[in-house]
Ligand binder design. Structure first.
Ligand code: FMN
Length: 127
């Protein structure tokens, strides 16, 4: 299946509630994942999960942000049409004062070819 290689200035942002339900996604996220914004809002974030991603990576992500810390890692996501793309993601917890709600934000940029290869090797050893 087709791989979309991020451009240097692609910057994909999404925000979830405490359960991982999508509250917001920016234009780059929608465009690259292949969805319209209203197809993403209210959906679980695993809508873009690729089956090659080990569960351990997402457990580490959730354990980290629930502790109030920042998680960094490489993620392979699937697109709506069955393709995929790799990102280097930074995920962090936020508090929305107005809504009195804890949320999580992920900002993603292009990983290098070497970084993708290293992540691929590592993820083969994880479940
Ligand atoms: C802010 C935020 C962004 C996330 N971004 C992604 C993502 O881009 N791709 C992905 O597969 N999971 C992402 N997740 C993790 C998903 O919520 C989910 O845990 C993961 O897709 C595994 O699915 P599962 O928990 O149903 O097994 C994100 C979680 C948070 C809190």
């Amino acid at each position: 299946m087709q791989e979309y290689i991020l451009k240097n200035d692609d910057f994909l942002v999404s925000q979830t509630d405490e359960k991982g339900t999508i509250l917001f996604a920016n234009d780059d996220f929608c465009k690259i994942a292949g969805y319209k914004l209203d197809e993403l809002i209210g959906k679980p974030h695993n809508i873009v999960r690729h089956s090659d991603m080990p569960r351990a990576a997402f457990k580490d992500l959730w354990d980290t942000v629930k502790e109030g810390k920042v998680w960094n890692g490489y993620v392979k996501n699937k697109t709506k049409d069955g393709g995929h793309y790799w990102v280097y993601a930074t995920v962090y917890p936020m508090y929305n004062e107005v809504m009195r709600q804890k949320t999580y934000m992920s900002c993603r940029r292009k990983p290098s070819k070497e970084e993708i290869e290293a992540a691929q090797q590592l993820y083969k050893t994880l479940r």
